[in-house]
Design a protein around this ligand. Structure first.
Ligand code: NDP
Length: 299
């Protein structure tokens, strides 16, 4: 029997995009130009092309300008860095996102390091990471910020709660832990070397799973009433006669939903929030870059 409330990421994302659209319109009225997001894709990976197109479409739907830069697979490091520098200097561009992963011959960190931190809407530059750790205003990676927004909407104050983040990547696990710490949670970061992961997870009021292993977190690891945020996106092998396998998260959803207080589904949970937060980061960056006030609770 399912007892958990389902946290509807699609509905949260739609609400956030509507707010971004309002702020984008008021930004345009005040500054005389649209907020702008530049997305850079190197190579012809079809899945990445779909992501980039989707980001561009959603950017325009929110009333912002989208600049897409599709570069060939053989792009040289210096040419990619030259493009990043050009976008850094372009006053029409408020946010820069370099779609990762880059082809193997390119040095990802060296490219990301060149993005102006004030335009770093993916929150991955050393400056953004440092600002987050220091509690200074800055841009925060989209996926963990989306998770935090859904947690706060569900639970209100997170102060004093035990949170376990499974995964320690730069993209999700580490910034998620920083955000929860800033909300005064007692945070444990678990990873592949953690001893007795089930026991660690059983302590948690909040579980964020960002591992990339299908259904790894079992139902009996969940404390009754806990809130479960499943970041994982894993495709199972296709069933006989089917072309594509099912998408599942890192949590065994059916079992966890019997014990958890609330849980995000996969798909339809964290995924839709990620692009919405990218748009949110762009409109926030636009205001800051133009010297326009945006109160902390405006979005
Ligand atoms: P990474 O591969 O960078 O990190 C995975 C983390 O999981 C590592 O820290 C690793 O530990 C840990 N891990 C691996 N195996 C275990 C294990 N058996 N027990 C405990 N921890 C383990 O992945 P990402 O953080 O980039 O992504 C994680 C998942 O989230 C993926 O499925 C990805 O597709 C998804 N994702 C979804 C997004 C969305 O928008 N919904 C956005 C970004 C990612 P160690 O460091 O010790 O190796």
């Amino acid at each position: 029997m399912t007892v958990a409330a389902i946290i509807d990421g699609k509905a949260h994302a739609a609400q956030l995009r509507a707010r971004v659209a309002e702020l984008a319109a008021s930004f345009e009225r005040k500054s005389g130009r649209k907020a702008g997001l530049a997305v850079v894709l190197v190579g012809d990976d079809p899945a990445s092309q779909v992501y980039v197109r989707n980001k561009g479409k959603k950017t325009v739907e929110c009333g912002m300008a989208s600049f897409e830069h599709l570069l060939p697979e053989a792009t040289r490091q210096e040419d990619l860095i030259a493009l990043v520098e050009k976008l850094n200097a372009d006053p029409a561009v408020d946010g820069i996102l370099v779609q990762l992963p880059l082809p193997d011959h390119l040095d990802e960190q060296a490219v990301v390091d060149r993005i102006n931190p004030d335009k770093d809407v993916d929150g991955l530059t050393p400056a953004s990471t440092g600002r987050l750790a220091l509690g200074l205003p800055g841009l925060v990676p989209c996926t963990p910020l989306g998770c935090l927004m859904m947690l706060k909407d569900r639970l209100g104050s997170l102060s004093g709660l035990d949170a376990v983040v499974i995964g320690r990547s730069i993209l999700v696990g580490k910034p998620m832990a920083q955000l929860l710490l800033a909300e005064s949670c007692t945070v444990t970061i678990a990873h592949s070397r953690t001893k007795d992961l089930p026991e660690v997870v059983r302590r948690a009021d909040i579980i964020v799973a960002a591992v990339g292993r299908p259904k790894m977190v079992m139902g009996d690891w969940i404390k009754p009433g806990a809130t479960v945020i499943d970041v994982g996106i894993n495709r199972l092998p296709p069933e006989p006669g089917k072309e594509k396998g099912k998408l599942v998260g890192d949590v065994d959803y059916d079992e966890a939903a019997k014990t958890a207080g609330a849980i995000t589904p996969v798909p339809g949970g964290v995924g839709p929030m990620t692009i919405a937060v990218l748009l949110r980061n762009t409109v926030v960056a636009a205001h800051r870059n133009a010297g326009l006030e945006l109160s902390a609770d405006a979005i």
